[in-house]
Design a protein around this ligand. Structure first.
Ligand code: WT7
Length: 646
């Protein structure tokens, strides 16, 4: 199966913007003459003032700096909206589909979206927000999420979107880290018929973090208590605001947004993206990866709480004049046919989703898919985690009826946009391979231990050799951590944290994280974060968390917990601890397995041997390897003997 090759379909080969030959030419040019290549690609942006320098970057410790389109002035919101008003002002920009199909849907044209964004931008100013201020956005998938983000960009405020599934604690930590004193939220969110108490979560977060202003969107209409002097309703604060708001003149390297993401150690990092390079990079990749032409109906099913929702819902599609579906709900509500019903309802041509959703739908049977038409679909995308060949085959054969190419896009919060991906008119597809590098991306495979470059067909650590415009610029408030995390392990390279294989055709196969990060349903979770949540419980002495294979989620969370002496390791406590993590971080961090461990396998110097814990979690007991260096090899036997059946 994984050796199967799906050649570029004929209709695509003849009509796509990028065919095989163009890919080769453009790719070579982008590597040999980055200045020339990016100078041309940057013309897709309306610059208020031209840039002086295209690329000024170095990954070296002594001269570490990353700057693109230096001196250029622009506003990304104006690029997303204003520039379309004359040509496509009445074209629909957002087709909003509510959680419950019987609730009213909404359509916003570019003109309407522009007016709403300007009104909210003015409202932010009236609430004291100015250029450079951080604004926390904690909203469900409603048009106002995009409106709030674009409004921030319009006035030069830096948004920090926190996924609406995160707990009050996680929200408070992110508010504090970027010292944002204003939060934009809704009364409640809705997902799969269930309500999420967003305003109540914000109230709880405000007990820990200092917040002056909370803007509350009336979404479900639930009666939520408002704090006098702090809380204001969206409708009230927008009422009377002008629908004109001059876009702020931003420097190419001015911050655009912060998005928190988990790493292998410590607290989540505030990944900071800037304006000019991100605008060029996201609009370019969106155009080529999806062969996008203005007005085509496009649907990226990601939440705005993740980077995919930033780059490929809010920024790139609007810059490229898209009509896009924005969906509040989940794939299995009211039933497992929902995605495909929405595709039919809006005649979606391009559909982009995560493998985890596809696997969950696949196991419900083909009937939910085949009862819909899907004849509008032309192209399918995958993002967030490796897509296993079975899910790829199902997506291709059942959903796309063999006529739609699948673009399996590998990238990261840090990379801003797609880095390794097929292009539908240029790349023969191999199921499970993200295939070839995007223009301007020069990947390399290193020997993980020695750090030497491996040539040809090989496998090892995936690094990127040189800067690209959409690269993150810093960890908010901790530039040293930026360097240390990504550039210190393999000097001179950006280290992705992923392992990969490169085959004889030069195709890349991402094999997953090789650091202590796990990918749960396409969302990144740091094992250290789950561990620290566990040890905050008063009965827990120590915890170690690793990933385990999971049929639907890709990876699940396996937690080993040592309780305090004298504690009874009961079933009740196990359930309590699972709920505890869920409450501390959010539902996505819920451990799938929690095993009580009287002891953890440690070296004599006290380092936990995670390799062994991973093998036990994987139920691969025959490969535990050498346990003789352990302080107490007996703990391994105990863990193996008491592993819960999964
Ligand atoms: C990690 C980044 C990309 C935006 C959403 C996730 C994994 C992502 C793929 C893919 C194999 C993938 C990697 C990466 N990943 N896309 N197509 N094939 N793995 O962003 O939360 O920053 O996570 O997701 O492990 O490092 P993220």
């Amino acid at each position: 199966m994984s050796d199967a090759l799906f050649p570029v379909p004929e209709d695509w080969a003849g009509s796509a913007k990028i065919d095989r030959e163009t890919y080769e030419q453009k790719y070579r040019r982008s590597i040999e003459d980055p200045e020339g290549f990016w100078r041309e690609e940057a013309q897709r942006i309306d610059w208020i003032a031209p840039f002086d320098t295209v690329k000024d970057t170095s990954f070296d410790r002594d001269d570490f700096h990353i700057s693109w389109f230096t001196g250029g002035k622009l506003n990304i919101c104006a690029n997303a909206l204003d520039r379309h008003l004359d040509t496509r002002g009445d074209q629909v920009a957002i087709l909003w589909e509510p959680d419950d199909p019987s609730s009213p849907d909404r359509k916003l044209t570019y003109r309407e979206l522009h007016a709403e964004v300007c009104r909210f931008a003015n409202a932010l100013k009236a609430n004291g927000v100015s250029k450079g201020d951080r604004v926390t956005i904690y909203l469900p998938m409603v048009p106002e999420a995009a409106i709030a983000m674009l409004a921030c960009a319009r006035i030069g405020a830096v948004h920090s979107v926190v996924f609406a599934g995160f707990s009050p604690d996680a929200l408070a930590g992110r508010i504090e880290d970027c010292q944002s004193t204003i939060v934009v939220t809704a009364d409640e969110g809705l997902r799969g018929g269930k309500t999420i108490p967003l305003k109540a979560n914000v109230d709880a977060a405000c007990e820990k973090a200092h917040v002056d202003t909370v803007i509350v969107l009336e979404h479900t209409g639930a009666n939520v208590p408002m704090v006098d002097g702090r809380d204001v309703s969206w409708a009230d604060t927008v009422a009377g605001q002008s629908a004109d708001c001059e876009p702020e003149v931003m420097d190419a390297e001015d911050p655009l947004f912060i998005l928190y993401t988990s790493g292998s150690t410590g607290k989540p990092k505030g990944v900071l993206h800037t304006t000019g390079g991100y605008a060029v990079w996201t609009s370019m990749t969106h155009e080529y990866v999806f062969d996008y032409r203005p007005g085509q109906v496009y649907w990226c099913a990601a939440d705005v709480g993740w980077v995919t929702g930033h780059s490929y819902v809010v920024y790139a599609p609007f810059m490229n004049g898209a009509t896009q579906v924005m969906f509040e709900g989940v794939p299995n509500f009211p039933d497992h046919s929902r995605f495909w019903q929405v595709v039919d309802k809006y005649a979606v041509e391009i559909f982009y989703a995560a493998p985890t959703a596809l696997r969950a739908l696949m196991r419900e049977g083909d009937e939910y898919v085949t009862q819909t038409s899907r004849k509008s679909l032309r192209l399918l995308g995958s993002v967030g985690e490796p897509i296993n060949p079975e899910a790829w085959d199902w997506y291709h054969r059942v959903v796309g009826e063999r006529r739609c190419p699948i673009v399996d896009t590998w990238w990261q919060t840090e990379t801003g946009g797609a880095m390794i991906t097929p292009l539908p008119g240029a790349t023969d597809l191999k199921p499970g391979s993200a295939s070839k590098p995007m223009f301007g991306v020069k990947p390399a495979v290193l020997d993980p231990e020695k750090g030497t470059v491996l040539e040809g067909a090989t496998s090892g650590a995936l690094v990127i050799t040189d800067s690209w415009p959409g690269q993150m610029r810093t960890v908010y408030g901790d530039h040293q951590r930026f360097f240390d995390t990504y550039f210190s392990q393999y000097p001179g390279y950006y280290f992705t944290g992923d392992g990969c294989r490169r085959d004889e055709d030069g195709y890349y196969w991402i094999t997953g994280r090789i650091d202590d990060v796990i990918n749960v349903s396409g969302h990144r979770m740091g094992t250290a974060e789950v561990e620290s949540a566990l040890v905050e419980h008063h009965l827990v002495a120590e915890a170690a968390v690793v990933g385990m294979p999971h049929d639907i989620k890709g990876q699940g969370i396996y937690a080993y917990v040592t309780t305090n002496a004298g504690t009874e390791d009961s079933e009740e406590l196990r359930m309590e601890l699972v709920q505890w993590v869920r409450k501390e971080i959010g539902p996505i961090a819920t451990p799938d397995v929690l095993q009580f461990a009287p002891g953890l396998p440690k070296t004599r110097s006290g380092k936990i041997m995670r390799r062994i814990l991973r093998k036990i979690a994987e139920n691969d007991m025959s490969n535990l390897g050498d346990t003789s260096t352990l302080a107490d090899p007996g703990v391994v036997d105990d863990l193996v003997a008491n592993r819960p059946q999964t």
